[in-house]
Design a protein around this ligand. Structure first.
Ligand code: R5P
Length: 262
């Protein structure tokens, strides 16, 4: 367990840049990931872990790729369904072991109609993963109509921990310190919908300042104008303690240099 956790959260500074490209499990061919390998492979030198589904791993990522994998093991609903927030277990732990993953990720839907189903399925995953020494990342999914505030994120995150999560992935909100304070396991933030680069960099910075150990970011990286420059800038914030404006300047320099070479 400790060895796998150290493959996800880097022991040198206790931080992590997780690249999330699992969106296809409920969104299909998400913008930027239509040909997932073409997008993802150039980003991997700047990512500490790669979060994706087993189908994407098998079909797009060469077996000799040296990046720790966090495997999405929940799903079963799509954006076409009103009951999107009703995921179940989609992968056996046997297959997760066969795929040599560093961790697995499961979405819980606290406060949603199917809260109980998702929480009980989550504990099944925890029981099996725990017996195999595989860390479980709880993703606190939030419905469209639900409040996104520190009180809710703290509640969902703490429930995840009490039920056995080794890492919690949640959303950054004002007062994020409160979420981290009452969550005794490492916290990472999702990026959420694509915003402008400086906003995404500032969110990542604020989360780290509030005590998050890193990001598990997708769209704000792979839908950026220059995804490689963006993940480098995120990496500079998470591992290099850079401020958002410094990272943004770095992103612009890197972007300009790369485009002038074309
Ligand atoms: C959603 O639950 C998916 O797991 C995504 O991986 C997660 O939301 C992070 O991606 P993004 O930064 O695009 O929100």
């Amino acid at each position: 367990m400790k060895n796998r956790l150290s493959r996800i959260i880097k022991p040198k500074d206790g931080r992590t840049v997780m690249l999330a490209v699992d969106h296809g499990y409920f969104m299909g061919p998400t913008t930027g990931l239509e040909q997932l390998d073409k997008m993802v492979l150039p980003l991997l030198p700047h990512a500490d872990t790669l979060m994706l589904t087993r189908g994407a791993l098998r079909n797009y990522i060469p077996a000799d790729t040296d990046v720790p994998i966090v495997l999405r093991v929940s799903g079963g609903t799509s954006i076409l369904n009103d009951e999107l927030l009703h995921e179940g277990i989609t992968v056996s732990m046997e297959d997760a072991v066969r795929l040599n993953v560093a961790g697995v990720a499961f979405s819980i839907m606290v406060g949603a109609k199917y809260e109980r189903d998702t929480l009980l399925a989550f504990t099944e995953v925890v029981d099996e993963a725990q017996s195999l020494g595989i860390p479980v990342i709880a993703v606190t999914a939030v419905g469209k109509d639900m409040a996104r505030d520190a009180k809710y994120m703290a509640l969902a995150s703490r429930i995840a921990v009490e039920l056995g999560a080794n890492i919690v992935k949640t959303y950054y909100v004002d007062g994020f310190e409160k979420v981290v304070e009452s969550c005794p396991v490492p916290v990472v933030i999702a990026g959420g919908k694509k915003t402008d680069e400086i906003t995404a960099l500032t969110t990542a910075y604020n989360a780290i300042q509030a005590g998050a150990v890193g990001v598990d970011m997708g769209r704000n990286i792979f839908q950026a104008h220059d995804p490689v420059a963006m993940i480098q800038a995120i990496n500079a914030i998470v591992h290099g303690n850079q401020k958002p404006d410094e990272a943004y300047q770095m992103l612009n320099r890197s972007q300009n240099a790369r485009y002038s070479r074309r």
